[in-house]
Design a protein around this ligand. Structure first.
Ligand code: ADP
Ligand code: MG
Length: 390
Protein backbone atom coordinates (compact mmCIF):
# COMPACT_ATOMS: atom_id res chain seq x y z
CA UNK A 1 0.00 0.00 0.00
CA UNK A 2 1.38 3.37 -0.96
CA UNK A 3 1.61 5.41 2.20
CA UNK A 4 2.25 9.02 2.90
CA UNK A 5 5.61 9.83 4.42
CA UNK A 6 5.93 10.85 8.05
CA UNK A 7 6.93 14.30 6.93
CA UNK A 8 3.65 14.62 5.07
CA UNK A 9 1.71 13.73 8.18
CA UNK A 10 3.59 16.37 10.11
CA UNK A 11 2.92 18.90 7.41
CA UNK A 12 -0.75 18.06 7.43
CA UNK A 13 -1.01 18.47 11.17
CA UNK A 14 0.60 21.86 10.90
CA UNK A 15 -1.88 22.75 8.16
CA UNK A 16 -4.97 21.87 10.14
CA UNK A 17 -3.62 23.62 13.22
CA UNK A 18 -3.37 26.69 11.00
CA UNK A 19 -7.09 27.16 11.47
CA UNK A 20 -10.04 28.45 9.53
CA UNK A 21 -11.01 28.54 5.90
CA UNK A 22 -9.94 25.01 4.93
CA UNK A 23 -6.76 26.48 3.48
CA UNK A 24 -4.40 23.78 2.26
CA UNK A 25 -6.92 20.94 2.28
CA UNK A 26 -9.01 20.19 -0.77
CA UNK A 27 -11.72 18.76 1.49
CA UNK A 28 -12.35 19.66 5.10
CA UNK A 29 -15.27 18.41 7.18
CA UNK A 30 -15.66 19.92 10.63
CA UNK A 31 -17.84 18.27 13.26
CA UNK A 32 -20.35 17.12 10.66
CA UNK A 33 -23.56 15.73 12.12
CA UNK A 34 -26.32 14.14 10.10
CA UNK A 35 -29.53 13.14 11.83
CA UNK A 36 -32.53 11.51 10.18
CA UNK A 37 -35.88 11.89 11.87
CA UNK A 38 -38.69 9.37 11.66
CA UNK A 39 -41.64 8.27 13.77
CA UNK A 40 -39.22 5.97 15.60
CA UNK A 41 -37.15 8.98 16.67
CA UNK A 42 -33.89 10.55 15.57
CA UNK A 43 -31.12 8.51 14.03
CA UNK A 44 -27.58 9.93 13.94
CA UNK A 45 -26.03 8.71 10.69
CA UNK A 46 -22.91 10.89 11.19
CA UNK A 47 -21.75 11.78 14.69
CA UNK A 48 -19.50 14.81 14.53
CA UNK A 49 -17.14 13.72 11.77
CA UNK A 50 -13.86 15.55 11.08
CA UNK A 51 -12.06 14.72 7.86
CA UNK A 52 -9.32 16.34 5.80
CA UNK A 53 -8.28 15.28 2.32
CA UNK A 54 -5.39 16.89 0.46
CA UNK A 55 -4.99 17.41 -3.27
CA UNK A 56 -3.70 14.35 -5.06
CA UNK A 57 -4.83 11.83 -2.43
CA UNK A 58 -6.67 8.63 -3.28
CA UNK A 59 -8.83 8.01 -0.23
CA UNK A 60 -10.75 4.78 0.21
CA UNK A 61 -13.79 4.94 2.51
CA UNK A 62 -14.50 1.55 4.06
CA UNK A 63 -16.94 0.25 6.66
CA UNK A 64 -19.84 -2.11 7.07
CA UNK A 65 -23.13 -1.65 5.29
CA UNK A 66 -25.18 1.02 7.08
CA UNK A 67 -22.16 2.58 8.81
CA UNK A 68 -22.62 5.96 7.09
CA UNK A 69 -20.27 5.86 4.07
CA UNK A 70 -22.81 7.10 1.53
CA UNK A 71 -24.05 9.75 3.94
CA UNK A 72 -20.45 10.89 4.38
CA UNK A 73 -19.64 11.22 0.67
CA UNK A 74 -23.02 12.86 0.03
CA UNK A 75 -21.89 15.61 2.41
CA UNK A 76 -18.81 16.19 0.25
CA UNK A 77 -20.77 16.34 -3.02
CA UNK A 78 -23.60 18.38 -1.52
CA UNK A 79 -26.12 15.69 -2.55
CA UNK A 80 -27.17 15.80 1.10
CA UNK A 81 -26.74 18.48 3.76
CA UNK A 82 -25.32 18.23 7.26
CA UNK A 83 -27.65 18.81 10.21
CA UNK A 84 -24.77 20.79 11.70
CA UNK A 85 -21.08 21.30 11.06
CA UNK A 86 -19.14 22.55 8.06
CA UNK A 87 -18.08 21.12 4.71
CA UNK A 88 -15.41 22.97 2.74
CA UNK A 89 -14.33 21.81 -0.73
CA UNK A 90 -11.59 23.75 -2.52
CA UNK A 91 -12.43 26.78 -0.39
CA UNK A 92 -16.19 26.64 -1.07
CA UNK A 93 -18.41 26.36 2.04
CA UNK A 94 -20.63 23.63 0.57
CA UNK A 95 -22.87 23.46 3.69
CA UNK A 96 -23.82 27.13 3.22
CA UNK A 97 -24.78 27.07 -0.48
CA UNK A 98 -28.40 27.41 -1.62
CA UNK A 99 -29.89 24.60 -3.75
CA UNK A 100 -29.29 26.62 -6.91
CA UNK A 101 -25.70 27.43 -6.00
CA UNK A 102 -25.12 23.80 -5.06
CA UNK A 103 -26.20 22.45 -8.44
CA UNK A 104 -24.01 24.93 -10.26
CA UNK A 105 -21.03 24.34 -7.98
CA UNK A 106 -21.35 20.54 -8.21
CA UNK A 107 -21.45 20.63 -12.00
CA UNK A 108 -18.06 22.29 -12.15
CA UNK A 109 -16.20 21.26 -9.03
CA UNK A 110 -16.85 17.55 -8.53
CA UNK A 111 -17.32 14.49 -10.70
CA UNK A 112 -19.57 11.83 -9.21
CA UNK A 113 -19.58 8.11 -10.02
CA UNK A 114 -22.35 5.87 -8.65
CA UNK A 115 -22.63 2.12 -8.15
CA UNK A 116 -25.38 1.80 -10.76
CA UNK A 117 -23.78 4.12 -13.35
CA UNK A 118 -26.94 6.24 -13.80
CA UNK A 119 -26.41 7.07 -17.44
CA UNK A 120 -29.47 8.49 -19.21
CA UNK A 121 -30.94 5.56 -21.19
CA UNK A 122 -32.33 7.61 -24.09
CA UNK A 123 -29.05 9.38 -24.90
CA UNK A 124 -26.04 7.93 -26.69
CA UNK A 125 -22.85 7.46 -24.68
CA UNK A 126 -21.19 10.53 -26.19
CA UNK A 127 -24.30 12.62 -25.48
CA UNK A 128 -24.27 11.43 -21.88
CA UNK A 129 -20.82 12.97 -21.55
CA UNK A 130 -21.76 16.20 -23.32
CA UNK A 131 -24.69 16.75 -20.96
CA UNK A 132 -22.72 18.01 -17.91
CA UNK A 133 -20.87 20.47 -20.18
CA UNK A 134 -24.21 21.73 -21.49
CA UNK A 135 -25.61 22.08 -17.96
CA UNK A 136 -22.60 23.94 -16.62
CA UNK A 137 -22.10 25.98 -19.77
CA UNK A 138 -18.51 24.79 -19.83
CA UNK A 139 -16.50 24.82 -23.07
CA UNK A 140 -17.79 26.36 -26.28
CA UNK A 141 -20.81 24.45 -27.66
CA UNK A 142 -18.83 23.52 -30.75
CA UNK A 143 -16.06 21.97 -28.65
CA UNK A 144 -18.20 19.73 -26.49
CA UNK A 145 -18.62 16.75 -28.81
CA UNK A 146 -14.90 16.61 -29.56
CA UNK A 147 -14.08 16.81 -25.88
CA UNK A 148 -16.62 14.07 -25.07
CA UNK A 149 -15.08 11.84 -27.74
CA UNK A 150 -11.61 12.42 -26.32
CA UNK A 151 -12.86 11.45 -22.84
CA UNK A 152 -14.48 8.30 -24.26
CA UNK A 153 -11.15 7.45 -25.88
CA UNK A 154 -9.42 7.99 -22.52
CA UNK A 155 -11.58 5.25 -20.96
CA UNK A 156 -11.30 2.98 -24.00
CA UNK A 157 -14.90 3.45 -25.18
CA UNK A 158 -14.58 5.63 -28.29
CA UNK A 159 -15.70 2.89 -30.64
CA UNK A 160 -19.05 2.65 -28.80
CA UNK A 161 -19.74 6.40 -28.74
CA UNK A 162 -23.06 6.24 -30.58
CA UNK A 163 -24.55 3.29 -28.73
CA UNK A 164 -27.12 3.64 -25.98
CA UNK A 165 -26.11 2.62 -22.43
CA UNK A 166 -28.18 -0.58 -22.75
CA UNK A 167 -26.04 -1.58 -25.70
CA UNK A 168 -22.85 -2.02 -23.65
CA UNK A 169 -21.88 -4.07 -20.56
CA UNK A 170 -21.97 -2.90 -16.94
CA UNK A 171 -18.22 -2.42 -16.81
CA UNK A 172 -18.36 -0.40 -20.02
CA UNK A 173 -21.18 1.74 -18.65
CA UNK A 174 -19.06 2.46 -15.60
CA UNK A 175 -16.16 3.54 -17.82
CA UNK A 176 -18.52 5.95 -19.56
CA UNK A 177 -19.76 7.19 -16.18
CA UNK A 178 -16.15 7.95 -15.24
CA UNK A 179 -15.69 9.85 -18.51
CA UNK A 180 -18.87 11.77 -17.68
CA UNK A 181 -17.49 12.62 -14.23
CA UNK A 182 -14.46 14.12 -15.99
CA UNK A 183 -16.55 16.17 -18.43
CA UNK A 184 -15.93 19.54 -16.79
CA UNK A 185 -12.42 18.63 -15.63
CA UNK A 186 -13.17 18.82 -11.88
CA UNK A 187 -10.24 18.48 -9.46
CA UNK A 188 -12.20 15.99 -7.34
CA UNK A 189 -13.90 12.68 -8.21
CA UNK A 190 -16.22 11.12 -5.63
CA UNK A 191 -17.28 7.52 -6.26
CA UNK A 192 -19.73 5.49 -4.16
CA UNK A 193 -18.97 1.77 -4.58
CA UNK A 194 -18.18 2.18 -8.28
CA UNK A 195 -17.07 -1.44 -8.56
CA UNK A 196 -19.82 -2.83 -6.33
CA UNK A 197 -21.88 -4.10 -9.25
CA UNK A 198 -18.99 -5.45 -11.35
CA UNK A 199 -17.20 -8.82 -11.48
CA UNK A 200 -13.67 -8.78 -10.09
CA UNK A 201 -11.88 -8.56 -13.43
CA UNK A 202 -14.02 -5.67 -14.63
CA UNK A 203 -13.70 -4.03 -11.22
CA UNK A 204 -9.92 -4.21 -11.54
CA UNK A 205 -10.01 -2.45 -14.91
CA UNK A 206 -12.28 0.29 -13.56
CA UNK A 207 -10.09 0.67 -10.49
CA UNK A 208 -7.04 1.13 -12.71
CA UNK A 209 -8.79 3.98 -14.46
CA UNK A 210 -9.10 5.72 -11.08
CA UNK A 211 -5.43 5.06 -10.33
CA UNK A 212 -4.54 6.66 -13.67
CA UNK A 213 -6.61 9.74 -12.78
CA UNK A 214 -4.71 10.13 -9.51
CA UNK A 215 -1.42 9.96 -11.42
CA UNK A 216 -2.73 12.83 -13.53
CA UNK A 217 -3.39 14.98 -10.50
CA UNK A 218 -7.03 14.26 -9.63
CA UNK A 219 -8.11 13.71 -6.04
CA UNK A 220 -10.32 10.67 -5.49
CA UNK A 221 -12.63 9.74 -2.65
CA UNK A 222 -13.99 6.25 -3.20
CA UNK A 223 -16.33 4.17 -1.09
CA UNK A 224 -15.48 0.50 -1.51
CA UNK A 225 -16.43 -2.84 0.01
CA UNK A 226 -13.31 -4.48 -1.32
CA UNK A 227 -10.45 -4.48 1.24
CA UNK A 228 -7.90 -5.40 -1.45
CA UNK A 229 -8.80 -2.33 -3.48
CA UNK A 230 -8.82 -0.16 -0.33
CA UNK A 231 -5.28 -1.26 0.50
CA UNK A 232 -4.07 0.16 -2.81
CA UNK A 233 -5.38 3.65 -2.04
CA UNK A 234 -3.06 6.16 -0.42
CA UNK A 235 -5.23 6.13 2.69
CA UNK A 236 -8.17 4.22 4.06
CA UNK A 237 -10.78 6.04 6.13
CA UNK A 238 -12.72 3.59 8.27
CA UNK A 239 -16.32 4.47 9.17
CA UNK A 240 -17.95 2.74 12.12
CA UNK A 241 -21.47 3.66 13.28
CA UNK A 242 -21.30 7.20 11.92
CA UNK A 243 -17.81 7.91 13.20
CA UNK A 244 -14.37 7.83 11.60
CA UNK A 245 -11.78 5.63 13.27
CA UNK A 246 -8.66 7.61 14.19
CA UNK A 247 -6.45 7.64 11.10
CA UNK A 248 -3.32 6.67 12.99
CA UNK A 249 -5.03 3.81 14.79
CA UNK A 250 -6.31 2.51 11.45
CA UNK A 251 -2.78 2.78 10.05
CA UNK A 252 -1.04 1.11 12.99
CA UNK A 253 -3.65 -1.67 13.21
CA UNK A 254 -4.37 -2.08 9.52
CA UNK A 255 -4.49 -5.85 9.77
CA UNK A 256 -7.61 -5.70 11.95
CA UNK A 257 -11.08 -5.89 10.45
CA UNK A 258 -13.56 -3.06 10.91
CA UNK A 259 -15.22 -4.56 14.01
CA UNK A 260 -11.90 -5.25 15.72
CA UNK A 261 -10.68 -1.74 14.91
CA UNK A 262 -13.79 -0.18 16.40
CA UNK A 263 -13.44 -2.32 19.51
CA UNK A 264 -9.76 -1.42 19.89
CA UNK A 265 -10.46 2.26 19.47
CA UNK A 266 -13.03 2.21 22.25
CA UNK A 267 -10.38 0.83 24.61
CA UNK A 268 -7.59 3.27 23.75
CA UNK A 269 -6.75 6.10 26.11
CA UNK A 270 -4.84 9.23 25.11
CA UNK A 271 -1.63 10.38 26.79
CA UNK A 272 0.76 13.24 26.07
CA UNK A 273 4.46 13.21 26.89
CA UNK A 274 6.61 16.36 26.92
CA UNK A 275 9.85 16.44 24.88
CA UNK A 276 12.43 13.97 26.21
CA UNK A 277 10.14 12.30 28.81
CA UNK A 278 10.55 8.52 29.15
CA UNK A 279 7.46 6.48 28.31
CA UNK A 280 8.84 3.02 29.12
CA UNK A 281 12.18 1.86 30.53
CA UNK A 282 14.17 -1.01 29.11
CA UNK A 283 13.70 -4.23 31.08
CA UNK A 284 10.63 -3.20 33.06
CA UNK A 285 7.49 -5.32 33.01
CA UNK A 286 5.64 -4.85 29.71
CA UNK A 287 2.09 -3.76 30.45
CA UNK A 288 0.94 -1.47 27.63
CA UNK A 289 0.83 -1.07 23.84
CA UNK A 290 1.27 2.39 22.32
CA UNK A 291 0.33 4.11 19.03
CA UNK A 292 1.91 7.46 18.15
CA UNK A 293 -0.68 10.03 17.00
CA UNK A 294 1.43 13.21 17.00
CA UNK A 295 5.10 14.06 17.34
CA UNK A 296 7.49 11.14 17.63
CA UNK A 297 8.78 8.49 20.04
CA UNK A 298 12.38 7.28 20.11
CA UNK A 299 13.51 3.75 20.96
CA UNK A 300 16.63 4.13 23.08
CA UNK A 301 19.01 1.36 24.15
CA UNK A 302 21.87 1.36 26.58
CA UNK A 303 25.23 0.06 25.38
CA UNK A 304 27.46 -1.98 27.70
CA UNK A 305 29.54 1.15 28.37
CA UNK A 306 26.45 3.06 29.51
CA UNK A 307 26.11 5.12 26.34
CA UNK A 308 22.51 5.67 25.10
CA UNK A 309 21.70 5.17 21.44
CA UNK A 310 18.55 6.07 19.53
CA UNK A 311 17.70 2.94 17.55
CA UNK A 312 14.59 4.13 15.82
CA UNK A 313 12.26 7.10 15.60
CA UNK A 314 8.53 6.31 15.42
CA UNK A 315 6.11 8.84 13.93
CA UNK A 316 2.32 9.15 13.78
CA UNK A 317 0.70 5.85 12.79
CA UNK A 318 3.53 3.73 14.21
CA UNK A 319 3.39 1.64 17.37
CA UNK A 320 5.61 0.15 20.08
CA UNK A 321 5.29 -2.14 23.07
CA UNK A 322 4.00 -5.21 21.21
CA UNK A 323 7.16 -7.31 21.46
CA UNK A 324 7.41 -7.05 25.24
CA UNK A 325 3.74 -7.97 25.64
CA UNK A 326 4.00 -10.97 23.31
CA UNK A 327 7.31 -12.40 24.54
CA UNK A 328 8.63 -12.74 28.04
CA UNK A 329 6.80 -9.79 29.47
CA UNK A 330 9.83 -7.43 29.64
CA UNK A 331 10.27 -4.33 27.48
CA UNK A 332 13.11 -4.69 25.00
CA UNK A 333 14.15 -1.05 24.89
CA UNK A 334 13.42 2.25 26.55
CA UNK A 335 11.16 4.61 24.63
CA UNK A 336 11.04 8.36 25.17
CA UNK A 337 9.11 11.26 23.64
CA UNK A 338 11.29 12.87 20.98
CA UNK A 339 13.35 15.69 22.54
CA UNK A 340 12.37 18.09 19.73
CA UNK A 341 8.59 17.57 19.48
CA UNK A 342 7.30 15.38 22.34
CA UNK A 343 4.68 12.71 21.66
CA UNK A 344 0.94 12.15 21.84
CA UNK A 345 0.05 8.51 22.21
CA UNK A 346 -2.92 6.21 22.41
CA UNK A 347 -2.49 3.41 24.90
CA UNK A 348 -3.97 -0.10 25.16
CA UNK A 349 -3.72 -2.15 28.34
CA UNK A 350 -2.30 -5.68 28.27
CA UNK A 351 -5.64 -7.45 28.58
CA UNK A 352 -7.17 -5.64 25.61
CA UNK A 353 -4.01 -6.11 23.56
CA UNK A 354 -3.97 -9.85 24.26
CA UNK A 355 -7.60 -10.18 23.28
CA UNK A 356 -6.95 -8.35 20.00
CA UNK A 357 -4.07 -10.54 18.93
CA UNK A 358 -5.96 -13.64 20.01
CA UNK A 359 -8.69 -12.63 17.57
CA UNK A 360 -6.44 -11.64 14.69
CA UNK A 361 -3.68 -14.01 13.70
CA UNK A 362 -2.51 -11.69 10.90
CA UNK A 363 -2.10 -8.88 13.43
CA UNK A 364 -0.04 -11.11 15.70
CA UNK A 365 2.14 -12.08 12.74
CA UNK A 366 2.55 -8.44 11.69
CA UNK A 367 3.63 -7.46 15.24
CA UNK A 368 5.99 -10.43 15.33
CA UNK A 369 7.62 -9.48 12.03
CA UNK A 370 8.03 -5.85 13.11
CA UNK A 371 9.40 -7.02 16.46
CA UNK A 372 12.02 -9.22 14.77
CA UNK A 373 13.15 -6.33 12.63
CA UNK A 374 13.44 -4.02 15.62
CA UNK A 375 15.28 -6.61 17.71
CA UNK A 376 17.78 -6.85 14.88
CA UNK A 377 18.26 -3.10 14.95
CA UNK A 378 18.69 -3.13 18.72
CA UNK A 379 21.29 -5.91 18.55
CA UNK A 380 23.17 -4.05 15.83
CA UNK A 381 23.12 -0.80 17.79
CA UNK A 382 24.32 -2.41 21.01
CA UNK A 383 27.20 -4.16 19.33
CA UNK A 384 28.15 -1.48 16.81
CA UNK A 385 31.49 0.30 17.17
CA UNK A 386 31.49 3.67 18.97
CA UNK A 387 29.69 6.32 16.94
CA UNK A 388 26.04 7.24 16.66
CA UNK A 389 25.61 8.30 20.28
CA UNK A 390 23.03 10.70 21.58
P1 ADP B 1 -23.57 2.92 4.04
O1 ADP B 1 -23.40 3.69 2.78
O2 ADP B 1 -22.35 2.85 4.89
O3 ADP B 1 -24.15 1.57 3.81
P2 ADP B 1 -25.58 4.96 4.62
O4 ADP B 1 -24.79 6.20 4.71
O5 ADP B 1 -26.36 4.74 3.39
O6 ADP B 1 -24.66 3.70 4.95
O7 ADP B 1 -26.60 4.92 5.83
C1 ADP B 1 -26.20 5.10 7.17
C2 ADP B 1 -27.38 4.94 8.07
O8 ADP B 1 -28.29 6.03 7.87
C3 ADP B 1 -28.17 3.67 7.81
O9 ADP B 1 -28.58 3.14 9.06
C4 ADP B 1 -29.34 4.13 7.01
O10 ADP B 1 -30.46 3.32 7.24
C5 ADP B 1 -29.57 5.54 7.54
N1 ADP B 1 -30.14 6.41 6.49
C6 ADP B 1 -29.55 6.74 5.34
N2 ADP B 1 -30.34 7.56 4.61
C7 ADP B 1 -31.46 7.75 5.34
C8 ADP B 1 -32.66 8.50 5.16
N3 ADP B 1 -32.87 9.25 4.07
N4 ADP B 1 -33.60 8.45 6.14
C9 ADP B 1 -33.40 7.72 7.24
N5 ADP B 1 -32.29 7.00 7.49
C10 ADP B 1 -31.33 7.00 6.56
MG1 MG C 1 -23.72 3.19 0.76
Amino acid sequence: MARRSRQDHGHRDAGSAGGRGGAGHLIELRRVEKAYSSVAGTFRALKGVDLQVDRGEFVAIIGKSGSGKTTLVNMITGIDRPTSGEVHVAGTPVHALTEGQLAEWRGRAVGIVFQFFQLLPTLSLVENIMLPMDFAGMYAPGERRGRAMALLAQVGMAQHAHKRPSGVSGGEQQRVAIARALANDPPLIVADEPTGNLDSQTAEAVYRLFEGLVRHGKTIVMVTHDPDLARRATRAVVVVDGEIVNQFVAEALRTLNVDQLAWAERHLTARSYPPGAFIIRQGEEASRFFIVTRGAAEMVVQRPGGQQIVVRRLGAGQYFGATGLMHGGRTVSSVRAAPDVGADLLVLDRETFNRLIAESEVTMKAFDAAGHERMGQIEAAVHAPEGSSC
